[in-house]
Each structure stands twice: as C-alpha cells, then as structure tokens.
Ligand binder design. Sequence first.
Ligand SMILES: NC(=O)c1ccc[n+]([C@@H]2O[C@H](COP(=O)([O-])OP(=O)(O)OC[C@H]3O[C@@H](n4cnc5c(N)ncnc54)[C@H](O)[C@@H]3O)[C@@H](O)[C@H]2O)c1
Ligand SMILES: O=CCC[C@H](NC(=O)CCC(=O)O)C(=O)O
Length: 471
Amino acid sequence: MSDTQIVSIEPATGKEFWSGSIGNVDAAIEQSREALAGWARRPLAQRIEFMRRFANEVRKQADPFAELIARETGKPLWEARTEVEAVINKVEISITAYAERTGNKKLDSALQGTAAVRHKPHGVMAVLGPYNFPAHLPNGHIVPSLIAGNTVIFKPSERTPATGEFLVKCFHAAEIPAGVVQCLIGGPEEGKELVGHWLVDGVLFTGSARAGIAINRKLASEPGKIVALEMGGNNPIVVLDTPKLEDAAATIIQSAYTSAGQRCTAARRLIVVDSMYDQIVEAVKNLASRLIVDEPFADPQPFMGPVIDNETADLLCDSFVALMNRGATPLMHMRRLKEGLPFLSPAMLDATDMNERLDLELFGPLLQVIRVRDFDEAIKEANATRYGLSASLIGGQPRDFETFWNEIRAGIINWNRPTNGASSAAPFGGIGLSGNHRPAAFYAADYCAYPVASTEMAQPRASIGIGLSEG
Ligand SMILES: NC(=O)c1ccc[n+]([C@@H]2O[C@H](COP(=O)([O-])OP(=O)(O)OC[C@H]3O[C@@H](n4cnc5c(N)ncnc54)[C@H](O)[C@@H]3O)[C@@H](O)[C@H]2O)c1
Ligand SMILES: O=CCC[C@H](NC(=O)CCC(=O)O)C(=O)O
C-alpha cells in the first residue's frame, strides 16, 4: 500500500494480483448525496426489483466471484462458493426482514384520526468491511441499506479490495445507478474520513474491536449518526458429559479452525469438565492431525487455507509462544507449513495453569483449552470475557442447556452445534466488545431505517374544551 495505491497480495502464493488507486472520499460523498433523493423516492417495489436483479448478476458470475474470493483471502474454493451463495441469499432474506421489521403500519382510531408508523432511510451510509468475509458481510449491510432507500459508499478492507470492487460491479451490472452504491478503495485513513464526514449519516462497520471502539469514540459527539458495530469475539465452547466423542471433536474442530480460525464466531476457548478432558483433547488432536491445510484450489480440497498474510501469521506464532511463556502448555504446536507463506497448522494449548488468561481475540487457528471441575466453573470461565458474540455447549441434558442459555452473556448461544456458521435469517451480533446492540443479518433492517410516527386527518377537526374565555 502506497499513499495513492492499494495492492492486493494472494496469501497462498505471496504474489501481487491486483492494484488500484485510493478513492477520493469527498467526491464519493458528493455523488452519493446527489443520488440519494432519486433512490429514496423510488417505490419500494422498484428497489426490491433492483436487488433481485443484483442477485441474478451474482448468480451469473458465481464461478469467477468465488475464484476471486478464494484467491484474495486464501480460503478454500468450496468455502468461497458458500460465501457467494450467502451473498445471493441475502437479498430475499433482507426483503422479508424489511417487511417484517420496518414495514408500514396503520393504526385506526376514529376520534384521533389515523395513526401510522412508517420508516425513512437515514441517507448516505458508509459501509466498512473486513477481510475475512469480504463480500458476504459488507453485503449484509449494503442490501438492507439499499432496500430501505439509503445510498451506500462501501470501503472494502485494504486487504481485499478486488472482492469489494467485484461486488459493487455486480450492483452496477443490475443497473443500479453508479452513485447509489459505490466502492471506495482505501485503508483505515479513508475509513476514518468517511466516519467523521458531516455528510455521512450512518456508519455500518464490521471488523476488530480496536477499530470499532475508535469509531465509537470518534462519533461520541454525533449522536445523530446511526452506528452499527459488528466486532470480534473470544468465544467459548464448553464440553460436558457426552458419549458422542467423535461428533463432539468434529464440532470443536469446525468451531475453532474453519476459515483457519478467521471468523468472528470462531471458538477461541475450549472449556472442558475434568471427567471429559483426556478423551476430548485426544479426540480433537486426532482429528486435527488429519486436517488438510493447502492452497484454495488444491485437489483434494483443503479444510483450511493460509491466514491472510505473513504479518498475521507471525503475530499468531508469537502469541503462541507468549502464551507458553505465561504458563500455557502446548498440546499442538503452531507451525509455519510453507516457507515464506502464511500457512499455519491448527494449534492448541492448555491455558488452565496460566497466572492470568488474556482476554484477547487471536484471529487464527489457535485454541486455548481450560480444564474445569464442574458446570458452574465452566459457566464462570465462559463468561470471563469482555466480548460476548457466540458460545456453544456440547453434551449435557436439556436442563443444562437451559442453565447455559440463562447464564451465558452472548448474542448467539448454541447447543451441540458449532459456535460459527450463524444463520442470516436470525439476528447476528454480540454484546460487550462484540457489538453495540445493533445486530446484523435479519435485524440489519432495524438500523437501515428510522421509524416515523404520524397521526393524520383529511381535514382539521379540533376543539378546545377547556381554558377558553367566553367569546
Ligand atoms: N461481528 C461480525 O460480524 C464480524 C464479522 C467478520 C469479522 N469480524 C471481525 O473483524 C476482524 C477482522 O477483520 P479486519 O482485520 O479486516 O478488521 P479491521 O478492524 O482491521 O478493519 C475493518 C475495516 O475497518 C477499516 N478501519 C480500520 N480502522 C479504522 C478506523 N479507525 N476508522 C474507520 N475505519 C477503520 C479497515 O480499513 C477495514 O475496512 C476480527 O476482529 C473479526 O472478529 C467481525
Ligand atoms: O466472521 C464472522 C461471521 C461469520 C459467520 N456469520 C454469518 O454469516 C452471519 C450471518 C449474516 O450476517 O448473514 C459465522 O457465524 O460463521
């Protein structure tokens, strides 16, 4: 990345494969504002029709789109295909969500006229995207914003600009006017400029807690700007008694290592009751040793690819050593698998005896195991985080899950299912450092429009019944 250019590097090869000029924030905002009135005034049915055309464009381009995502992020092609599928599915889900959560309502009341609730768009929305789901997650803000009548400036992650550009081209191929949705190439500086610009009405952010907090701080004196923060997690997966060891291990592996652990919902902490500890750790190790880590287009397809870049791989390896230095015991070492490239082996250490466990999101294939005496201690341990995105319970009885659900502080609480792989048809967000109570997915409709209450009569009809002198 230079002052004027952004370069995208393929994680699996280290080769530069895309470069583009950093966009002009003021010009993008001007274009977005110009397009706003025309877009917002279109009938909802027309905006919906445009979204369906967009879904069709993505469907037509599904193969090259998935290949691009796989190349730019390093995720396996099979997984990139599921991301493209999620982009397409987002359209119908968002149409339903808009009707259900932000639709218009008329409340009849004869004497007072008609009471109505309707929704309006906020205006110009800045969407700031992460690198791990460079199409699906920003799209989860863009589609509901456009349905509601907002215009959008999407700034993809500086590490996945090509995917961002491709996504926006699909909107334009659907004949959505250029000013209605734009791709602004840039890094954190352009992100900051967008956030602070007085002509931006909303900031829809998906990324790290560090950047989310900076955005929140910057907007402290602008209460009128809508801000949705979808941030990271330090997610627990708790294991109680279960006879299904292999299934439990597979669920743990999926939770911790899918996308090379680069999911906000990835399990970071495996909390196991004493009676299950040896069997579970052994089963996870056995299965993990068979996971294929390879480049996205390899045959057979890998379970996971590299992490996003060498800097991230170095940071994760250093974190592994730092945890050992603070008292953690390695159970599976984190290894660099290919010289000079960010391929990492799935890693696991036992953090039970650490003096102080660090409440950080380590965004990669690194799982920390904590041995506990019983369920009470497991719940206490699971809640020992400032984050609160997702949590899973493996094993136990229905009453255990009821207790887990009641006690755990998180936005997603699962039973015998992975911590990740959340549904777009449900709300998706967390508490604490994971979010600001504006969940995305089905509930994205809520932050894309604001409600307006009206009481209405065709003619004025009023009388002052009290406090008038004779006249
Ligand atoms: N909760 C969710 O829905 C969700 C989903 C995916 C990823 N994530 C989180 O995202 C992180 C990984 O993504 P990342 O490394 O790309 O995140 P990041 O925070 O580094 O960057 C996200 C976006 O914000 C921009 N940005 C960075 N600093 C900014 C600032 N101060 N002001 C304005 N914009 C700024 C970046 O350029 C990028 O476009 C992980 O923490 C992960 O948990 C959360
Ligand atoms: O990396 C973070 C989220 C990954 C993913 N979540 C979703 O896809 C949410 C659904 C949506 O926003 O439509 C997961 O949980 O694995």
